[in-house]
Design a protein around this ligand. Structure first.
Ligand code: HEC
Length: 192
C-alpha cells in the first residue's frame, strides 16, 4: 500500500501546482494586488493591536498617553500612525523598496501629504469609490513600482475628535465613517 500513498502525494503535488524541486519560478505567481492585500492585513492588524492593547491600556491605567510629540514629551508614547509610518521608514531604506505610509488630503503633519499627482488623484478616487483600494503601476527611471492606496476610515469618535481639535489640522469637520486618508503600500515589481 505504500506506493499508493506515495502516488497520492505525488499527484496532489502536481494538481496543486507545487513544484517538487521547489524553484521559485515554478510556483504559481501572486498578483501584485494580492501581495498588497497581505501587507495591508499585517500592517492594519499591528496597528489595531498596538491601539487596543498598548495605547488604551496605558491610558486606562494612567501610565502614559499617546501623542504626536512623544520624542520630547514625558509619559507619552507614539501614536499608532507614527508607529506605522516610522517602522516603514526604518526598513524600506535597507530592505527592498517596500514602503507603506498613511497619508491624507488634510494632513496634520505635512510629511503625510500626497507625494505626487498619483497619490492625490487616488485619495480623491477613494472618496468616490471606497470599496477596493486604488492601484497604479508607477514607472521610475530604474525600477517599476506597484502602488495601492487603501481607504483609512474614521472608525471611532476618538479619530474624529482628535483630528478636529488638533491645532495643526486643516480640517475640523470629520465625522465617524468618513475617509480621513489612505494607506499607501508600494513595492517594486519585475516587468520582464
Ligand atoms: C490622540 C490624537 C489622534 C487620534 C486618536 C488619531 N489620530 Fe490620526 N493623527 C494624529 C496626529 C498628531 C497625526 C500626525 C502624526 C505625525 O506626526 O505624523 C495623525 C495622522 C493621521 C493620518 C495621516 C495624515 C495626517 O493627518 O498627518 C491619518 C490618515 C490619520 N491620522 C487617521 C486617523 C484615524 C483613522 C484614527 C482613528 C482610528 C486616528 N487618526 C486617530 C492624531 C490622532
Amino acid at each position: 500500500m505504500k506506493w499508493i500513498s506515495t502516488l497520492t502525494v505525488a499527484s496532489l503535488i502536481v494538481v496543486s501546482g507545487i513544484s517538487v524541486k521547489g524553484h521559485a519560478a515554478d510556483l504559481p505567481s501572486l498578483t501584485p494586488e494580492t501581495v498588497a492585500d497581505y501587507v495591508y492585513a499585517v500592517v492594519e492588524s499591528h496597528r489595531a493591536f498596538y491601539t487596543s492593547h498598548v495605547v488604551e491600556l496605558l491610558e486606562e491605567q494612567g501610565i502614559a498617553k499617546a501623542g504626536g510629540e512623544w520624542h520630547t514629551e514625558k509619559k507619552t508614547v507614539p501614536l499608532p500612525v507614527q508607529v506605522l509610518n516610522e517602522t516603514s521608514q526604518r526598513f524600506s531604506s535597507k530592505f527592498n523598496g517596500l514602503r507603506y505610509q498613511l497619508i491624507s488630503l488634510w494632513p496634520i503633519n505635512v510629511k503625510n501629504s500626497p507625494r505626487d499627482q498619483v497619490d492625490k488623484s487616488s485619495l480623491e478616487g477613494l472618496n468616490v469609490r471606497p470599496e477596493r483600494p486604488i492601484s497604479r503601476i508607477i514607472k521610475g527611471d530604474a525600477q517599476t513600482y506597484f502602488r495601492a492606496i487603501y481607504p483609512d476610515v474614521a472608525v471611532s469618535q476618538a479619530c474624529v475628535s482628535c483630528h478636529n481639535n488638533h491645532p495643526k489640522s486643516p480640517k475640523r469637520d470629520f465625522q465617524v465613517g468618513d475617509i480621513m486618508g489612505g494607506l499607501v503600500i508600494e513595492f517594486p515589481v519585475n516587468t520582464r
